[in-house]
Design a protein around this ligand. Structure first.
Ligand SMILES: C=CC1=C(C)c2cc3[nH]c(cc4nc(cc5[nH]c(cc1n2)c(C)c5CCC(=O)O)C(CCC(=O)O)=C4C)c(C)c3C=C
Ligand SMILES: [Fe+2]
Length: 446
């Protein structure tokens, strides 16, 4: 099959538009972690150009497209840039960690069925890895070409699938000796209102894509792979702003309207890998190049929040809502002046402002990479929106990331009046699978 492939990825386009590249997920988007869709498959050839408004060619000469091979039966339309974007599966760190935020996300936990252990779990991870690799390449669900057709007209659309192991997985599979210390259950926090049925679980799966049908397609395929081995314990669905919705790439906004992700560590920081990924020799060998993800389903008490005036809202965070700039001035990337006072002698950025007390320099260096999805599940029985943040943060060790910062927030965060933590999970996410390998092979066959 001879395919033409996109010759300009979005990182290039973004640089052309903004004159700079940024790195962290949720911030202005950089697609360097992703690759152009090489080896474009039948499904990836089906075109959606123009449907998204991100028409190919709009970004300048050489913007690519994929053509259907003669006789393939596929339309000869070009794929849109958004549809054609592809993240790689066989990489050092699993996809979905530093990948720019996608527009649609599904989070799921599975529990192994009674009587299923290490062998069945290994077979499941092998099946899951095969499916994820094919779908992320824009191929059919099954190696023999069988597919439900749900995502037939789209390319991979930046699909990523990420797999993790919960604390309970290790006792279910007789692998207690391989359980990392870092996976010890999170402490209880005084502000927790946790629903145990929507937390933890043996296995964790994160799906992200810039197209809702592509994400759903992957979700169904992975659920089917699990049949007879594991059942879904909980599922949560989230979203982010669609790529291309803003004139130029911007930090994501959450459902409170704030720019959320500004202070994230950047891939270009010299200590980025050390903060986010497990080094060789730090814990069990099978976790080398992996990471730990903390998931918190955090309800936003939107009626109360939206009742606050803008100035009050900005004091809660310590940043301007419109630009994300610190209250002491400048732009989104300006360092806040934490000691600055106003005419009355009060701190401009209050002592309990969320963006002050979460800073690494206020927490002994503790840092994490936040990569959330927003969620909205309608109105609950009290008539209150069930909406908020599927807070996901990535770190090399939760005791040097989420835990100390959440302890601090628990003691006095101005934001705590407007949010409620309703579910929680911590998962060990191994490094990426090499070619011909599956995720978690080092654990399950080690
Ligand atoms: C324990 C970790 C954190 C939780 C839980 C959390 C919840 C949460 N945060 C926002 C909104 C914002 N957070 C911002 C900054 C920020 N938050 C955390 C950690 C947690 N947040 C960190 C580590 C930081 C960065 C601090 C820094 O390095 O400067 C901001 C400011 C902009 C930004 O940096 O992203 C906002 C806005 C919400 C709405 C929320 C729960 C729903
Ligand atoms: Fe925060």
């Amino acid at each position: 099959m001879t395919d033409r492939i996109p010759s300009q990825d979005r990182a290039t386009q973004d640089r052309a538009t903004t004159g700079r590249a940024s790195a962290a997920p949720g911030a202005a988007e950089d697609r360097t972690a992703q690759e152009r869709p090489g080896g474009v498959s039948r499904r990836a050839l089906l075109g959606t150009a123009g449907a998204t408004g991100l028409v190919l060619g709009a970004a300048g000469g050489g913007v690519g497209y994929a053509l259907a091979p003669e006789g393939s039966g596929a339309p000869t339309e070009a794929l849109s840039q958004l549809g054609a974007r592809r993240a790689m599966f066989h990489v050092k760190h699993q996809p979905g960690i530093t990948t720019p935020l996608q527009a649609k996300g599904h989070l799921l936990a599975f529990d192994l069925l009674a009587g299923k252990g290490r062998r069945e779990a290994a077979n499941l991870l092998r099946r899951w890895s095969g499916t994820a690799g094919r779908l992320m390449a824009g191929e059919a669900v099954a190696a023999d070409g069988h597919d439900t057709g749900v995502a037939l007209d789209a390319g991979p659309a930046s699909l990523t699938v990420t797999f993790g192991f919960g604390h309970s997985f290790f006792s279910r599979t007789g692998l207690e000796k391989q359980r990392p210390e870092a996976l010890a259950p999170l402490p209880q926090f005084s502000s927790d209102h946790l629903d145990a049925k929507r937390g933890n679980g043996d296995l964790w799966v994160q799906i992200g894509a810039d197209d809702a049908l592509v994400a759903f397609h992957a979700l169904r395929a992975l659920q089917k792979d699990a049949r007879g081995t594991a059942r879904v314990r909980w599922q949560m669905n989230g979203f982010n702003r669609s790529p291309g919705a803003t004139a130029s790439p911007r930090t994501a906004r959450n459902l409170m309207g704030q720019l959320d992700g500004t202070g994230n560590p950047k891939e270009s920081d010299k200590d980025f890998a050390q903060r986010v990924f497990v080094g060789a020799g730090d814990g069990p060998e099978w976790m080398a190049n992996g990471s730990y993800v903390v998931m918190r389903r955090i309800r936003m008490l939107l009626d109360e929040w939206e009742g606050l005036g803008l100035a009050e809202q900005e004091k809660v965070i310590g940043r301007r809502k419109s630009t994300g700039a610190p209250l002491t001035g400048g732009g989104e990337r300006t360092e806040p002046e934490l000691d600055a006072t106003d005419k009355a002698g009060d701190l401009v950025i209050p002592l309990n402002a969320h963006a002050r007390i979460t800073r690494p320099d206020q927490n002994g260096g503790a840092a994490m990479l936040r990569r959330p999805f927003s969620y909205h599940d309608g109105i609950d029985a009290d008539g209150v929106p069930d909406a908020g943040l599927l807070f996901l943060c990535w770190q090399a060790d939760p005791l040097r990331g989420f835990v100390p910062v959440q302890r601090k927030l628990d003691r006095g965060d101005a934001l705590s009046e407007y949010i409620r933590h309703e579910a929680s999970g911590l998962y060990a996410v191994p490094g990426g699978a090499g070619k011909g390998e599956y995720v978690g092979q080092g654990l399950l066959e080690g």
